[in-house]
Design a protein around this ligand. Structure first.
Ligand code: CA2
Length: 149
């Protein structure tokens, strides 16, 4: 019998809906839709199934993470600014018991000092940053590998 594909929740945090439309000097010209299309194409190849959510609200992100307990095998997350502030998102990911990979477009360690601290990294499988949209694709490959796909 053919094994079913791993299911991955992809989460984009606050302001990432603005990608490609504001501050291209920092975050590039690729839109969030472009990133999601690239992730969807890679997901077909691996193969894995994706559920993609973007929210500007911490509570909505926590709800989506809790929802993953029922029907996902892993989490790929760019928590955006909540990376540096949110114990709630960290606790929610830890509570799922699911492997999570943290990704960032920019190299958070080469920017303002406050961006070097992540509440998420200690409970993540790993952190990938600085490769622009490719951070997401590298993260998806890494997570799929961790899930045996
Ligand atoms: O580099 C990343 O992916 C970040 O997660 C992006 C966050 C930032 O707070 C993190 O330190 C690093 C900010 C996302 C804001 O996205 C925008 C996109 C276009 C215009 C304005 C903001």
């Amino acid at each position: 019998m053919k094994a079913s594909a791993a299911r991955i929740l992809v989460l984009h945090g606050p302001n990432l809906n603005l990608l490609g439309t504001r501050e291209p000097g920092v975050y590039g010209h690729t839109t969030l839709q472009g990133i999601n299309e690239a992730l969807t194409a890679l997901a077909k190849e691996l193969p894995v199934e994706l559920r993609i959510v973007q929210s500007n609200s911490e509570g909505a992100l926590v709800d989506a993470i809790q929802g993953a307990i029922a029907d996902c095998d892993g989490i790929l997350i760019n928590p955006a600014a909540y990376t540096h502030t949110s114990v709630a998102i960290r606790d929610a990911i830890a509570a799922t018991g699911l492997p999570a990979v943290e990704v960032h477009l920019s190299n958070v360690h080469a920017r303002e000092p406050f961006r070097s601290h992540s509440y998420i990294a200690p409970i993540a499988v790993g952190q990938i940053c600085g490769f622009g949209p490719d951070s997401y694709l590298l993260g998806l490959r890494a997570l799929a590998g961790r899930l045996g796909k």
